[in-house]
Design a protein around this ligand. Sequence first.
Ligand code: NDP
Ligand code: GDR
Length: 374
Amino acid sequence: MTKKALITGVTGQDGSYLAEFLLEKGYEVHGIKRRASLFNTGRVDHIYQDPHVDNANFKLHYGDLTDTSNLTRILREVEPDEVYNLGAQSHVAVSFEAPEYTADVDGIGTLRLLEAIRFLGLEKKTRFYQASTSELYGLVQEIPQRETTPFYPRSPYAVAKLYSYWITVNYREAYGMYACNGILFNHESPRRGETFVTRKITRGLANIAQGLEPCLYMGNIDSLRDWGHAKDYVRMQWMMLQQDAAEDFVIATGVQYSVREFIAWSAQELGVTLEFTGSGTEEIATVAAIEGDNAPALKVGDVIMRIDPRYFRPAEVETLLGDPANAKQKLGWEPEITVQEMCAEMVREDLQVAKRHALLKEHGMEVPVSVENG
Ligand code: NDP
Ligand code: GDR
């Protein structure tokens, strides 16, 4: 029997990799996409299947985590074996601007799904994965963070996700549902949204190297993160639903680096060595040396990064470092892609796009390069 999976957030970074992964495993994959005024399926267009042909095994449904009746109808229609709840307003800084919406989608949205599964009598059939987050640890109470580390959320996003974490545990305990949390540390890829820090850096520096932008404006570059590759992390999401009993797992690499280091590696991938001088809001990064021909727009001495306090958060999560020992021991999971390999891949892909845009610009055409916000 073909297994059916339903993914909320299928048009996002993780949703797109997970859909690919499950299709390769032979699943029939259903995804929920939001109605938007522009096409928003860019990350899944390559796996799109014409719904007019028979046996299409990738199907998209319009929906929203704020709409109970819509979620219930989709669940009733699909009767999935597995639900992956990846949909969220996932930007921490934006959650300070839109706290109520974030709570509705990232907190109550999870309850709506769990309750719909129960209401439809699917609680013994449908396994449920909740996209929990290292942001739950916020102001860290223990280093490294593991499954037993106390939570201390530091943003409306993290507080909403805290509700989702516990309501998932509660439905497991109260109704015997196979429901579990993956507490995932930051994971990135060339498909990462443009306003998260890694992608902002790789895209911004590629644009600067090609003369499309003058400078990268950053927030807190002392921040420390445990970064992995999204491809490794979606594999783990699936593994968590294949166990005999539901359990919550920390997924991380166990290594942390600063945002400043990520900027330096990204520049190095472009053949540019940076020198960081000054401190606090006066810190800048200057081009110290250039090798190769990826950065024709730059010369030694150019300032290509400055601090803009607009990107500081009202409450910051300064340091995150996960301990993935439990996942390694019980599930045999190991990340296969290092953060440096991931950074190189992201720069490579963003550079290709920047080169195409530079060519268009050279021929007098307008190109979109904004990295405002985030
Ligand atoms: P993205 O921001 O790339 O994707 C989020 C997805 O959720 C998009 O498909 C988005 O749709 C959808 N979405 C947003 N609002 C709604 C809504 N109201 N109803 C339905 N869908 C909605 O996030 P990631 O792929 O990076 O992350 C996936 C999940 O994992 C998220 O829940 C995130 O909070 C969590 N997480 C992510 C980590 C990471 O480092 N990437 C780490 C830990 C947890 P649209 O495309 O239309 O915007
Ligand atoms: P995060 O990711 O908040 O950890 O949440 P993000 O990449 O946005 O920030 C990481 C760190 O970098 C610092 N930073 C900046 N961040 C952004 N976006 N833009 C900047 O200019 C900038 N300068 C410095 C941030 O302050 C922060 O400390 C991500 C999301 O995917 C969540 O959904 C997920 O739950 C967590 O990772 C784990």
